[in-house]
Structure formats: structure tokens, C-alpha cells
Design a protein around this ligand. Structure first.
Ligand SMILES: CC(C)=CCC/C(C)=C/CC/C(C)=C/CC/C(C)=C/CC/C(C)=C/CC/C(C)=C/CC/C(C)=C/COP(=O)(O)OP(=O)(O)O
Ligand code: 1GP
Ligand code: MG
Length: 228
């Protein structure tokens, strides 16, 4: 029903951060392709459900990006499941996933679930610290992770994650150069239309997160910059 292959721009809402109804309406009616609900800190069943019910007043597709087992709730259009390819700790590559399959395996509808191969590149972000990601990577390392996502694991999504800081365009270009079927997602530090446009020249989908809470007007301008 929802074709992520057509998406170019998404907003990521953090369930741990406050957003007014008026601000949320602007995000949901911005003509972005989807709203992702996700974060790395204090993501709970309660704050996920509360944000989902507020986003549901609008027509925009709503995705849960799963970050822990406790906050997986029904009612989303799609579920994105990260596996951190450059983590040093198997917990974040396959272990929580194994646990989740034991818990939810019988009721999972794989038409609504997409795996994301994460490559985290900002060593200072919470997700990097939590997952013990190996972030000192050169362009060849990044290309190799992208190839693993597509050719080895056949993942539908490869996510270059610079959460909190604007990343290296050359890294995005390098990842894109080796991907054919797997969609390239770029997220991190996009604060304005120019940055959105620059990353969207190489990434298939760009994600705007923190800017929603820091400069909403500028965040909204990223939609038109990417989707015209
Ligand atoms: C009942 C029902 C609806 C069932 C549906 C079935 C279903 C979807 C089952 C789930 C199956 C499954 C395999 C789940 C996996 C479970 C799991 C916990 C996997 C681990 C995920 C993971 C690697 C998390 C690590 C952290 C991470 C990469 C989070 C992604 C998001 C992210 C990086 C956000 C940025 O966070 P933020 O807080 O904004 O950070 P900053 O401070 O840097 O801004
Ligand atoms: O919050 P920012 O830095 O925009 O990053 C977006 C997203 O990639 C975070 O997972
Ligand atoms: Mg954030």
C-alpha cells in the first residue's frame, strides 16, 4: 500500500520531545512523504501511542522506527527495524531481533515491516554510543557496508546516520554509487532547504529530525526543497 521507493523526504518525530498541536499539524500537512516516530532515548509505549494517536488525525503515512522491545505497538502503517551494521555489539545487530522474533514472530505481517541497515557515522550521537558503533570509517568502509546491506543481506533500506550533525556529502555519494535496489536514507543535521537539497541529490530519502524542534519554519522549507 505504501511504496517507500517513491519517498524522498520524511520527518522524524521524537516521542521524548514535546510538540504542540499547531506544530504537529504543520509537519503532518507539509506534504512530506511520511512521518517516522522514533528516537534513542526514553521511547516508551505511552509516549509512542500518544504521538501516534495525534498523528493519526492527518492523512500522512506514519512509521514506527523500532528502538526497543517495550514500545512496539500496533496501528502504524509501516514498521522500520534498524540493524546497526557497524555496531561492535551483537545486541544491536541480531540479538534484540532474535528476542523480538520469539515474542512477535507469529503475528508479524512482513508486508508492513522493512529492515534498515544502519551505518552510524557521528560518534558523538546517542545511537552511536548506545550501539558502540565503529564510526571512524573511510569511504571504502562505507561502500562495503552499503554493499553488505544490498548484496549480502538484501535489505530494502540502507541508512547513513549522522544524527545531530550535518554529514559528509562524499560519504552519501560513495554509498549511493554501489546501491541499485536498496534505498539510501540520509539523516543528520539537516537544518535548512539548501542542506536538504544537497543531500537529496545523492540520497533517495532524506530525514529531518532535530530541526523540527529547533527551527520549525526552516524544517518545513526542506520539504519543498526536495519534492519541488
Ligand atoms: C504487536 C505488533 C504491532 C507487532 C508488530 C511486529 C513488529 C514490528 C515486530 C518487531 C520485530 C523486530 C525484529 C524488532 C526488533 C527489535 C529491536 C529492539 C531492534 C533493535 C533496534 C536498534 C538497533 C536500536 C538502536 C538505536 C537506534 C539505531 C535507533 C534508531 C533511531 C535513531 C538513531 C534515532 C535517533 O535518536 P535521537 O534520540 O534523535 O538521537 P539524538 O539525540 O542523536 O538526536
Ligand atoms: O535529528 P537529525 O540530526 O535531523 O537526524 C535525523 C535522523 O537521522 C535521526 O535519526
Ligand atoms: Mg534526535
Amino acid at each position: 500500500m505504501y511504496d517507500v521507493n517513491e519517498w524522498r523526504h520524511v520527518f522524524k518525530l521524537d516521542p521524548d520531545k514535546a510538540i504542540s498541536d499547531e506544530q504537529l499539524e504543520k509537519i503532518c500537512e507539509s506534504k512530506t512523504d511520511a512521518v517516522i516516530i522514533g528516537g534513542s532515548d526514553n521511547v516508551t509505549e505511552d509516549n509512542v501511542l500518544s504521538l501516534l494517536s495525534r498523528v493519526r488525525r492527518f492523512l500522512v503515512p506514519c512509521v514506527l522506527e523500532v528502538s526497543n522491545l517495550e514500545s512496539i505497538v500496533p496501528g502504524f502503517d509501516l514498521y522500520f527495524i534498524p540493524t546497526v551494521l557497524n555496531s561492535r555489539n551483537t545486541t544491536w545487530i541480531t540479538e534484540l531481533h532474535h528476542q523480538a522474533m520469539k515474542e512477535f514472530g507469529d503475528i508479524m505481517n512482513w508486508n508492513d515491516i522493512l529492515m534498515e541497515g544502519y551505518c552510524i557515522l557521528n560518534g558523538e550521537c546517542k545511537a552511536a554510543k548506545l550501539t558502540e558503533a565503529k564510526t571512524e570509517l573511510n569511504l571504502d568502509d562505507i561502500k562495503a557496508y552499503a554493499r553488505m546491506a544490498e548484496n549480502m543481506f538484501h535489505l530494502p533500506l540502507f541508512y547513513l546516520e549522522y544524527s545531530g550533525t550535518y554529514g559528509n556529502v562524499e560519504a552519501v555519494k560513495a554509498a549511493k554509487s554501489v546501491l541499485t535496489n536498496t534505498r539510501l536514507i540520509y539523516g543528520g543535521g539537516i537544518q535548512n532547504a539548501a542542506q536538504a537539497k544537497e543531500m537529496a541529490e545523492h540520497a533517495d530519502i532524506i530525514v529531518v529530525g532535530n530541526a523540527i524542534y529547533e527551527n520549525l519554519q526552516s524544517a518545513l522549507e526542506t520539504v519543498r526543497a526536495v519534492k519541488g
